[in-house]
Design a binder for this molecule. Structure first.
Ligand SMILES: NC(=O)C1=CN([C@@H]2O[C@H](COP(=O)(O)OP(=O)(O)OC[C@H]3O[C@@H](n4cnc5c(N)ncnc54)[C@H](OP(=O)(O)O)[C@@H]3O)[C@@H](O)[C@H]2O)C=CC1
Ligand SMILES: O=C(CO)COP(=O)(O)O
Length: 329
């Protein structure tokens, strides 16, 4: 495996893919940014700005653009930055292009519906010759693109792979910690999006700062229980990709998941149209996986029920507040 990672591919030119392309360029890499959308690539070629997904941010000069996945075949590592539910499709297409042993780093936060597979499990199935890895943590694309200080975790089965990738992609403003707890990192990113919708509901309903803090703490207890049941390490769940990302995403309408929750809480019928809210797609599979292992996740369950239209927001809040008294655990 090349350890220098001179050339980095980024599959997916949404907000996060574009920000990561610039971050990798800032770290001194040559970057190829791929999108399926020819018109979007042509517009970015002309303006050097991704107006659709990350307006106001100029692409670094070492970022080249492509609509051909074949152009990623010469990359030393590829970041897969499409939504969780699209990751299998793009990883499968990459399987025809990537040489054996190429690190393929999922940057999506979700669990595949239908299969209940975590993101690196999807990569293993769809692109078996690649080395799966995951990058996740508290990091809004706009913050990373603006060069604001950010810290995330990069995990791979072999810690040496994770460390080499973290070194290649990191810079003073984009710090990467490495880990071999792949499962822990992927669980944190997937679960926090569902809990952020609940936090948004609390915010949108005007339930107050005390309720918001209680929601984060009890939501984190759910994330920990789920993580433990699925083999995550506690120190990962309490780290950047777990607690760190939960706090970020539960705190501001900069988060699309939180913003969706706010609109549900206000019951204003406004759902940020066309905006990706991964938690809305993960909620049902997360709850089903919790059920399969007997993990108690009342907040995630309430979010799932509201999204499915089975209960209203008021009823969901009421049922959470009237749960039987129990020990804190
Ligand atoms: N934005 C952020 O701050 C962060 C996002 N993430 C995660 O990154 C992932 C991507 O999010 P983000 O970039 O924000 O999302 P965006 O909605 O901004 O972009 C999604 C990108 O994926 C492309 N895409 C969607 N479906 C497919 C498909 N089937 N085949 C090929 N390309 C596809 C879209 O292309 P098109 O435009 O043609 O539809 C678009 O370029 C999510 O899992 C998110 O949770 C993680 C950390 C931060
Ligand atoms: O994952 C994120 C920040 O770490 C982005 O959150 P949203 O997808 O909710 O905008």
């Amino acid at each position: 495996m090349p350890q220098r990672f001179a050339r980095i591919g980024v599959a997916g030119a949404g907000a996060w893919g574009t920000a990561l392309a610039n971050a990798a360029a800032r770290a001194g890499r040559e970057v190829v940014l791929w999108s399926r959308d020819g018109a979007a690539i042509a517009a970015m070629e002309a303006s050097r700005v991704n107006r659709a997904h990350l307006p106001g941010v100029e692409l670094a000069s070492s970022v080249s653009l492509s609509t051909s996945l074949h152009s990623l075949s010469t990359c030393d590592a590829v970041l897969l930055v499409v939504p969780a539910q699209a990751s299998r499709e793009v990883a499968h297409a990459l399987a025809a292009e990537l040489p054996p042993g190429t690190p393929l780093v999922t940057c999506a936060k979700g669990i595949e519906r239908g299969t209940s597979l975590f993101m690196t499990q999807v990569l293993r199935e769809a692109c078996p010759q690649a080395l799966p890895a995951i990058l996740s943590g508290p990091s809004f694309a706009s913050d990373v693109a603006a060069g604001l200080p950010t810290a995330v975790t990069l995990a791979a089965q072999q810690v040496s792979t994770a460390e080499a990738l973290a070194t290649a992609l990191g810079s003073p403003s984009f710090r990467l910690y490495h880990s071999d707890d792949v499962r822990g990192v992927e669980i944190g990113g997937a679960a926090k999006n569902v809990l952020a919708i609940a936090a948004g509901i609390v915010g949108g309903r005007g339930l107050g700062a005390s309720a918001a803090a209680a929601l984060i703490a009890r939501g984190f207890a759910e994330l920990m229980r789920f993580g433990r049941a699925y083999g995550a390490r506690a120190e990962t769940l309490t780290g950047l990709s777990g607690l760190g990302d939960l706090i970020l995403t539960c705190s501001t309408t900069q988060s699309r998941n939180y913003a969706l929750g706010v609109s549900l809480g206000k019951d204003d019928g406004f759902h940020p149209a066309g905006k990706l809210a991964e938690g809305a797609l993960t909620a049902s599979v997360l709850v089903a996986m919790a059920d399969a292992k007997g993990v108690d996740m009342p907040i995630a369950r309430a979010v799932e029920a509201v999204l499915a239209g089975r209960v209203g927001v008021e009823e969901a809040i009421g049922s959470l507040l009237t749960r039987p008294q129990k020990a804190e655990a």
